[in-house]
Design a protein around this ligand. Structure first.
Ligand code: SF4
Ligand code: SF4
Length: 104
């Protein structure tokens, strides 16, 4: 996995990142978006456009991002590799995300 989306995306989801991704590997859940760990080509185009700095490269993951990395892994273990987010409907968020309480 090269890039990971973390807690700041939860309930924000403005989707600027999706428009930048050249391989359409950023998938929509109900509360946040997820980067596919093997479809991502590590280009870095999404990271600077996120208005809430929710996207980080795996090499610079803060501790609080790691549960989101794990949740994303679980999600795509279930979903597989659809080959593009336009090929699927909204994904079911992992438990961590459905239960996540955002701080104000
Ligand atoms: S790093 Fe590039 S390929 Fe990976 S999710 Fe971001 S824009 Fe898409
Ligand atoms: S740009 Fe940031 S906040 Fe917006 S959907 Fe992408 S990761 Fe989430």
């Amino acid at each position: 996995m090269s890039f990971v989306i973390g807690a700041p995306c939860v309930d924000v989801m403005d989707k600027s990142c999706i428009e930048e991704c050249p391989v359409d590997c950023i998938y929509e859940g109900s509360r946040m978006l997820y980067i596919h760990p093997t479809e991502c080509i590590d280009c870095g185009a999404c990271e600077p456009v996120c208005p809430v700095e929710a996207i980080r490269p795996m090499q610079r993951l803060a501790e609080e991002w790691k549960p989101f990395q794990e949740a994303s892994r679980e999600l795509f273990a279930r979903v597989g590799s659809p080959g593009g987010s336009t090929k699927v409907t909204t994904l079911e968020d992992p438990h961590l995300v459905t239960e996540f309480e955002k701080e104000d």
